[in-house]
Write a protein that binds this ligand. Sequence first.
Ligand code: FAD
Length: 652
Amino acid sequence: MSLTASSSPSPFVAGMEPITASDDEIRDALQSAEIPPLLPALAYLTGEMALLRSHLRPDPMLLSMPQGGLTEDQQAEIRELALRTLTAYRDGGCRPASPPDADDLLRILEFAVGGTEMSSYLPLLEEELAYRGEDRRRPAWHKAELAPDLPFQVVIIGAGMSGILSAHRLDQAGVDYIVLDKNDDVGGTWHESVYPGCRVDNPNHNYSFSFAQRHDWPFHYSTQDVLQEYFRECADALDVRRKIRFGASVRSATWDESDAMWSVVYATSDGAEHTVRANVVISAVGQLNRPAWPDIDGVSGFAGDYFHSAAWRHDIDLTGKRVAVIGTGCSALQFIPHVAEVASSVVVLQRTPPWLAPTPDYHDAVSPGLTWLFGHVPTYSELNRFLIFWRMGDAVLEGVRVDPEWKSGGSSVSAMSELTRTMIVAYYEQQFGDRPDLLAQVVPDYPVGAKRIVRDNGIWATTLKRDNVDLVSDPIAHVDAGGIAMADGSHIDADVIIYGTGYQASNFLAPMQITGRGGADLHERWDGDARAYLGVTIPEFPNLFCLYGPNTNIVVNGSIIYFSECGSRLVLGLIELLMAGTHRALEVKSSVHDEFNELIDAENRRMAWGWSTVNSWYKNSHGRVAQNWPFTLLDYWERTREPNPDDYVFSS
Ligand SMILES: Cc1cc2nc3c(=O)[nH]c(=O)nc-3n(C[C@H](O)[C@H](O)[C@H](O)COP(=O)(O)OP(=O)(O)OC[C@H]3O[C@@H](n4cnc5c(N)ncnc54)[C@H](O)[C@@H]3O)c2cc1C
């Protein structure tokens, strides 16, 4: 695997192999091309804007269809054009033209998205694409220039994606730090989620750091082991491992007003407690790593084996066992097919069926031809990343926004939402048409986007139709020693119960005790309803910055890596403010924080996930959506690009 870190040259210039393939080999590779980014990449490569022929431009409404909805004829013509262009490029010595100017880049991007006006996105996209290999989100300042003599220490809690990112950014700015993580390796989610079938549901060409893109992902949606390896390699390539203390579980962080420092207490596996002092604490503890157990009586009274999917028990052999699975969320739909292959029987207990996103290539390896193109055609992989960013990002947000005039009885939120519903219901009918008993159970009655949509390549129907699998949608009464007692008086006998019931996502920063200014206790302040300004700063908690904090999760658009990259830029900007000024501490103004949260709440109520009454992990015990960002990706980028000093209170 080749990984390009920010210190390395461009992944698609230096990392590119020159083309030496024959015409036939190029023609073959083009058969497996992702067509929509092809002409934009060739225009970028050659400077020939004439390649962007209007009759070959995708329809913006069809962008999320396979091959961007382009017809077979259009695809064939694009392949032919590509063949001619690539052979000429090869014969000319593989010399890319000068990068396009801003106007031409805009034309290229607008063509790629089917003509939508993109000028407001251009600066964001230049960062996100990292074309020419530039890391445009790196801090533009260095401590050695700003405050060379100022002692300054940062503690980062967590060595998952957000922790690695924070460490790298601090290194770039020359700021000293340590990372504490309770685990024994980096990767967070991708280190811990070892249940069978675990994989990412954002395409990897988008789910990766902008400054460490790969053009040789083995899968479109990689498996857990591939992602774990990626984050390990990032930690190594960025040289942040040297600063990580593994097996260090943070218990508390306490703000000391007398010297404006945090005291962070962590425990090591031998039970010993240690304290480190820091000017700034960055919480990078994630949202999805503490299992949520369902509120069902008798769980611990079960006589057989039981476990949560977040802590999979590989030591329990499921072969020939009667297995009951509680839950049909993202994780459950990933592991149930694997369990069904070995268990004698599987009963799937469903509270609410998920919406499925038809994704034919969900389990597919990236074909050798496409990998070859990514590795030989400069900008092709990056423009593919951009198209995923757009197609699965802001382009789909409108489809889950509530039209107040729309009357649907709760099953859709707008005409566009109804259209999406109709299209996905047609998919269910195609998948389950021969099993009306299942079809009646699997089609949700809530709007698309009110819960996380689960990717599917047909495996869910195949699994539920197996002779050894039963789907049960009736309510559970309780768990007993022999299995699960149902509310209707029936009983499901089981040897093993697996809980695929998600995470305690609303319980941000738990179970750490965080004590801020004037002895303020974070969890008392939040009272189960976590809030922050831009997901990052909290009044009364000076110099505490969160990544993947409250309201920075997404339902249908984007990836968490994007949010952490934006959030981390804001954090570095805040640290810069501390270094450049005479103040030792800053915290967000309550008024700014409150106003922002009102805005967020109002907008979340206008989104399918906030409007619908369906149960979901996006709502906390107060019924408020504390997880999700309801605005565009562009909006988060703009708001986090640099801190506005007026938003903060500074103290010495
Ligand atoms: C199964 C699964 C699939 C997912 N799929 C996607 C996807 O397709 N797209 C997407 O965008 N996101 C997805 N996510 C969300 C995913 O969590 C984020 O994308 C990303 O991994 C978050 O990284 P993080 O570093 O912020 O948090 P994490 O990966 O959760 O890492 C947090 C780290 O903090 C450490 N930590 C926590 N508490 C303490 C403590 N008290 N002391 C010391 N260390 C501590 C943990 O050990 C962990 O290493 C998925 C999550 C799961 C669980």
